[in-house]
Write a protein that binds this ligand. Sequence first.
Ligand code: C5P
Length: 233
Amino acid sequence: MGLDLKENVIAIDGWAGSGKGSLTKALAKTFKIPAIDSGAIYRFITYYFDAQNQIENDGFLQKLQALNLKYRIDNVLHQVCFYYNNENIENYIRTPKISEHVSYFSALKSVRNYTTQFLRTIQNFTPLVMDGRDIGTCVYPKAVIKFFIVADIKMRTERRLKQLLAKGITCEYEDIYHNLLQRDKIDSHRDFCPLTKAHDAYQIDNTNITESEFIEHAKNYIIKQNATHFFIK
Ligand code: C5P
């Protein structure tokens, strides 16, 4: 397959809390292209159905299709923001409770189909950088650049703990540690689009490098692949 058939997408997949989000934002700033956090959609679906105490049943699919989530591309912040009833979903989706339940909802076929279709409508020939678990394997399998990010569980836990405390969210080291491990396990063993490294993804382990070294490493890979022109609008 020639490079010209590729999608101008940087797909960033990997383990929970491995730094995918920071890399996504940094590359979005570098190339001035929108960053998309696909996990936000799974988190919102979890928030929405958890609040109604609803599990997958007969009415589930219709409710999902009626969700009517909207997105806006913020060209100043270089990110895509998601809205429900005109409210940014970010206000609801980062709590420990959502983290605890999200892998259950994201394993459902109906939820994956809905979210994948929604994420695909965003591309529309716009270059973008998206992070998740199945971006390079299922959502944009022809992405011109694919990363797979991993890091040691203790390092991931410490970083996630800092992030959540900085946002004012109360949490404990042990709970985060178990949640990250549990999500990786469920996410990589589900039937539909499990978390796995695409055969053509470039893996980075950022356990022993600083955030700026990590980002430089990823940028250098994009340069070495002669792919920067795909992301310049
Ligand atoms: O990226 P984040 O950790 O916020 O994602 C939350 C959860 O959403 C993941 O643990 C996973 O269950 C689900 N997810 C997914 N596929 C994606 C992105 C996230 O299944 N592309």
